[in-house]
Design a protein around this ligand. Structure first.
Ligand SMILES: [Zn+2]
Length: 507
């Protein structure tokens, strides 16, 4: 089974095997007792009455082994059988059907039974402990405690959307605090470039090979990469496997550099989703710092600033990278080296934020947890207006008055297999004098989060349609779904190990 499937999707639906963490909710919603509780109550009442299994079984006309199965919660008794049993034991039926376990020990036994029946326990391949009178109370307590502690750790690792959003928000604050500039990574990138005697300028594919070689690794392109991965590094044979570059794609420099980034930056196996996420950001930064070396980009940007002619497109063209990489790199370096505060955004055609950073005070829309991913930006913002332009291949520049000031932004539409996105870089009004495209006459007013700005339909339309429309929403599953569990979220380990076996050098 694919480890990437979410815990909710693979969780058993039956109440008996529901993991402990969700039991209270289930119990409050379904007051009917389950087979385990009924069995424990039945045994308790029988033992109190002083009768043996055989005695009671004979009275109600069933075999002792069948009654034992019921007492162990392995068989659900029909109501008629329960009625007969209650009569044989001289107890009201309600006594057997009560939802509370009869004793503390019975309660623990039920919890242990449930824990041992859970899929997550079976996945460990460990034997189930026999639950019976010979199991000491303290062993029972300890086992239940450990099972439940493990379940809560697992629940934490399977980062929920809330976890993911908080991790994203934290990371964004960290980047803001350092003006989106990671000096340590810049330093490592510079050292590596010196080590391979890089002459300066954009790094070539051959230089990436030399860089891997310098670290003792080789880059291997293959057409059968595991579907759940972008790259796989074989740390035994020191190889980085990469996909064959697709038609229309420049090359795989960026992917290779990201894979190398994990090694150079000394990443350990991520302990949680937040660490996974920050590793992602670091390898992206590392790759960009090599594709567009600080010592080459900064003089260019300084010259452009001098000439009041800074343009993201020039960076893109000079270093043969995507517009997004160039925009990202500008965001890294602009404040530190040019004294220009900046914001960066990547949004979908529907206006939904996928990625955004700022240190210029622009107010991104955010939810109650402070997260911005999945939020919709104002219709008046340049990042959205670019989609309305007649020629989507052109960069679009505009001024926007917002509640936190006036910004000038430049946006470009990025066509991907997942649809259209816009990549947007913006600066506050007082910095626009350095930017190419500042003479634009496009200007708009954004009054968001005032709902009358763009979130509320115009009064006339609202009057006509309120109560007469029922749209079905397109879910943004990538943003709302729980993050896949596993050490490397979303990666299918079996697939990866099979792949490595297939490709590993023999002997
Ligand atoms: Zn608005």
């Amino acid at each position: 089974m694919n480890r990437a499937s979410s815990p909710t999707a693979s969780a058993p639906v039956g109440r008996l095997t529901t993991p402990r963490a969700t039991v209270p909710v289930e119990e409050s919603r379904k007051p009917a007792p389950d087979a385990l509780t009924i069995g424990r109550r039945l045994r308790h009442v029988r033992q109190e009455s002083g009768q043996t299994l055989g005695d009671v079984a004979q009275t109600v006309g069933m075999s002792a082994s069948a009654l034992s199965l019921i007492e162990n919660g392995k068989r659900e008794p029909r109501l008629s059988v329960l009625t007969a049993l209650a009569e044989a034991l001289g107890t009201p039926l309600a006594e057997l059907l009560a939802t509370a376990p009869p004793t503390r020990r019975a309660a623990l036994e039920i919890r242990l039974e449930r824990a041992q029946r859970a899929d997550s326990y079976h996945q460990l391949g460990l034997p189930a402990v026999k639950i019976g009178p010979r199991l000491p109370m303290e062993a029972l307590e300890a086992l239940v405690g450990m099972h439940e502690a493990m379940a809560s750790v697992q629940a934490e690792r399977a980062a929920t959307p809330e976890h993911a959003r908080m991790a994203n928000a934290e990371l964004r604050m960290r980047m803001r605090a350092v003006d989106n500039y990671f000096g340590e990574i810049e330093g490592m990138a510079a050292e590596l470039l010196t080590a391979i005697k890089h002459p300066g300028g954009p790094i070539s594919r051959a230089a990436v090979d030399r860089l891997a070689g310098h670290l003792g690794y080789s880059l291997v392109h293959t057409s059968d990469m595991p579907g759940s991965t972008r790259t796989v590094t074989d740390m035994t044979h020191k190889r980085v496997y990469l996909p064959q570059p697709e038609a229309g794609q420049h090359d795989s420099r960026s992917l290779a550099l990201q894979a190398i980034g994990h090694l150079v930056l000394g990443h350990r196996v991520p302990a949680d989703y937040a660490e996974f996420l920050s590793q992602r950001v670091e390898i992206n930064y590392f790759a960009a710092a090599l594709l567009m070396p600080e010592q080459d980009v900064v003089p260019r940007l300084q010259d452009a600033k001098q000439a009041k002619d800074i343009a993201i497109e020039d960076l893109r063209d000079a270093f043969a990278v995507s517009y997004e990489t160039a925009a990202h790199r500008f965001t890294n370096l602009a404040t530190r080296h040019l004294d220009i505060p900046v914001h960066f955004m990547r949004i979908s055609r529907e206006g939904v934020i996928y990625k955004a950073y700022e240190n210029d005070g622009v107010s991104f829309p955010r939810d109650a947890t402070g997260a911005i991913e999945g939020q919709r930006v104002c219709r008046q913002w340049t990042a959205r207006r670019v989609f309305e332009q007649p020629d989507l291949s052109q960069a679009f520049q505009a001024y926007t008055d917002t509640r936190s000031g006036t910004y000038w932004c430049t946006a470009v539409v990025d066509r991907t297999s997942d649809g259209l996105f816009s990549v947007n870089v913006g600066v506050p009004y007082q910095s626009v004098k350095w930017m190419r495209g500042r003479e634009t006459t496009h200007r708009s007013q954004s009054r968001c989060p005032d709902p009358s700005c763009c979130h509320q339909p115009p009064a006339e339309l609202a009057e006509r349609w309120t109560g007469h429309a029922w749209p079905s929403a397109r879910a943004h599953s990538h943003l709302l779904a729980a993050m896949p569990p596993g050490v490397f979220p979303g990666v299918d380990d079996t697939e990866v190990y099979t792949f490595l076996e297939r490709h590993a050098p023999t002997g």
